[in-house]
Design a protein around this ligand. Structure first.
Ligand SMILES: [Zn+2]
Length: 183
């Protein structure tokens, strides 16, 4: 739990009449990180919308899916989001609020106006979005871990004499023999 990021009733944010600002500095229970999650977060009640803006950073330790080695990754979330306060908004509602329902950063979330805004959950969601689906330690990934002491058919082939070399050796031996004979 990050200190100071307790859920706030939306009505309290509305009564404030201005934006509320949080300083983020602490560990998220759902996302263990090497360094504390740090940054700022701001929320403003706009009637039927809540505007949330934040910038948070942290460093997490991940395991590479390929070489299984551990590596550190920095996560930077810089986001601004509009949350609809009420039931799922219709296109008409959005137009009334001066928003374009077809815009790509359209509304993704809605909250009950009588409910709470959870700043910590918001921070967690924004950082989670920065995580890649596949973890790769980087350009210098050594690749799949080597399986030691596992003799494969391939190594046996390498040790076996190549029949072509054997034929050449035989020829060489016979030529040497012939040469000696002539002396
Ligand atoms: Zn790797």
């Amino acid at each position: 739990m990050i200190p100071g990021l307790e859920p706030v009733p939306l009505r309290e944010l509305q009564a404030l009449g201005t934006s509320k600002v949080w300083t983020v500095d602490g560990q998220l229970d759902e996302m263990p990180s090497l360094t504390p999650v740090r940054g700022t977060l701001k929320a403003e009640h706009l009637g039927n919308l809540l505007e949330v803006e934040g910038s948070v950073q942290t460093i997490v330790c991940l395991r590479c899916d390929r070489c299984l080695g551990r590596f550190n990754q920095q996560l930077n979330a810089d986001s601004r989001e509009l949350i609809w306060l009420g039931d799922e908004p219709s296109d008409d509602h959005l137009s009334e609020a001066g928003l374009d329902p077809t815009s790509p950063d359209g509304l993704m979330e809605c909250l009950n106006p009588r409910g709470d805004f959870e700043p910590e959950r918001w921070v967690f969601e924004q950082l989670s979005l920065q995580m890649s689906v596949v973890n790769r330690c980087g350009e210098h990934c050594p690749g799949l871990p080597q399986q030691a002491s596992n003799p494969t058919a391939e190594t046996n082939v390498d040790k076996a004499p190549d029949p072509r070399w054997q034929a050449l050796k035989d020829l060489q031996t016979s030529m040497q023999r012939n040469g000696k004979h002539h002396d």
